[in-house]
Design a protein around this ligand. Structure first.
Ligand code: AMP
Ligand code: GLY
Length: 425
């Protein structure tokens, strides 16, 4: 099969890595890719991931059998709808279902119809009414811009001032543009967060190994929110009993409701959860794999991943088995100086060749560029240093050993990835 992966982060490197293990794969392309991906896939020059028409022409010319989008933006903007008109097969939801991530208002309303446990909420489309609701209800509250805001559209407001400031930014300064034309204001939930990701054909689903992200920049969950500074899998917080609850109360009702309403969901579906007193609540849905969760999850998969996707597209997921390795995995993200705000670029990355020979370690590239045989930073999150071990502490130790061998100016990373699981071990 000739496959095109869209995206250029650590998640896409992990996806490409797994696809190259499949005997079904004959040719792999990636747009826009990155320095690490360029070693295992062909990166066509000059095609933007935003340019659906050029992607379509490329697929036709290169006789692409399957397109797998990694990030949310092409899915929410309708890449599947666009390519399917030409008979090009895309693994991911259509724009309508991708609204689970693309619109917080849509996600909340479908959760309501499906009876999925989530924070209670109200929707507003203007500053005055939103503010008077915030004053009446009082903090803490969570304010969410409706549309895609590159992970910056949510504020957990502990004071009235914080809430008012965020509402001003959204409605008066319009920092998110159209994506901030409505807001969801919801109750703040307490507990511990975890990610539950499934692959589905709209009816049947199979759960990937469980995982936990580390969204805050600094150790002990301090500092600003980021795209994710590291992940580990499995997450012992999610017991078998909790898994059953998540599937019964969240995954099944959402898939059933979408199907009943004429929009069966095909692709990866990610539920961002808050676990409170042993009960799961949905904070958000994503229409894709998590990043960096994918890096920790995918290295634990057994079997042919491409075959699994093909079976899902053909409606045969029920007959597939998702096998996971018993070993644990940890992914530590190394980021550029300044991230998650304005960050440095163009710093040479050294030490990658030393890590290549380490057992059970894979370095997934995110913001990197390859020039001849040298690698340079080109993004905020640069590398996802991922290790497998017989248990979680071993995988953590291996990942940090590898991190200590890799250098670039200004590199920073959390030192406590995976530690929060120790209380459950
Ligand atoms: P979201 O994009 O909706 O997942 O929100 C981003 C982050 O904000 C989540 O990962 C949580 O840390 C936090 N968050 C979102 N909704 C809530 C909520 N209702 N209660 C507490 N924290 C929340
Ligand atoms: N790691 C969080 C996300 O992918 O949305």
């Amino acid at each position: 099969m000739r496959v095109l992966v869209l995206g250029g982060g650590g998640r896409e490197h992990a996806l490409c890595y797994l696809l190259t293990q499949s005997p079904l794969l004959t040719k792999l392309y990636c747009i826009p890719g990155n320095g690490g991906i360029s070693e295992i896939a062909t990166i066509p020059e000059g095609i933007s991931i935003k340019d659906f028409e050029s992607i379509k022409q490329f697929c036709i010319k290169e006789k692409i059998d399957l397109v797998i989008p990694g990030p949310e933006e092409p899915l929410v903007k309708g890449i599947r709808d666009h390519l399917e008109k030409e008979g090009i097969v895309v693994f991911g939801p259509e724009a309508f279902e991708a609204n689970l991530e693309g619109s917080k208002v849509f996600a909340k309303s479908i959760m309501e119809r499906a009876g999925v446990p989530t924070a209670s909420y109200k929707v507003f489309d203007n500053y005055e009414e939103a503010l008077s609701y915030v004053i009446k209800t009082g903090p803490p509250l969570v304010i969410k811009a409706d549309g895609l805001c590159a992970g910056k559209g949510v504020s957990v407001c502990k004071t009235l001032d914080e809430a008012q400031d965020f509402l001003k930014k959204i409605f008066i300064e319009k920092i998110f543009g159209e994506a901030g034309s409505r807001v969801v204001i919801e109750e703040m939930l307490e507990g511990e967060e975890a990610s539950y990701i499934v692959i589905t054909d709209g009816e049947t689903f199979k759960a990937f190994p469980t995982s936990q992200d580390h969204k805050r920049l600094l150790d002990d969950d301090e500092g600003p929110n980021t795209g994710g500074m590291g992940a580990y899998s499995p997450a012992p917080l999610i017991t078998e009993d909790l898994k059953a609850k998540i599937e019964e109360k969240i995954i099944l009702p959402i898939l059933r409701t979408l199907k009943e309403e004429g929009h069966p969901y095909r692709g990866f579906l990610y539920a961002g959860l808050m676990i409170h007193n042993g009960e799961p609540y949905v904070l958000e849905f994503n229409c894709r794999l998590g990043d960096p969760e994918a890096q920790a999850i995918l290295v634990r998969m057994e079997g042919d991943f491409l075959d699994l996707i093909v079976n899902t597209i053909e409606g045969k997921l029920a007959s597939c088995e998702l096998k996971e390795r018993k070993e644990a995995a940890t992914c530590v993200v190394m980021a550029s100086k300044g991230y998650p705000f304005t960050y440095e670029k163009g710093k040479e990355i050294t030490g990658l060749e030393k890590v290549k020979n380490l057992k059970d370690v894979i370095v997934f590239h995110a913001g990197t560029k390859k020039e001849k045989d040298r690698y340079f930073t080109s993004g905020g999150r640069v590398l996802g240093v991922t290790a497998v071990g017989e248990d979680l502490p071993t995988s953590i130790k291996r990942a940090y050993e590898a991190v200590s061998l890799i250098h670039f100016e200004g590199a920073h990373f959390r030192k406590d990835i995976g530690k929060k699981a120790y209380k459950y071990l």
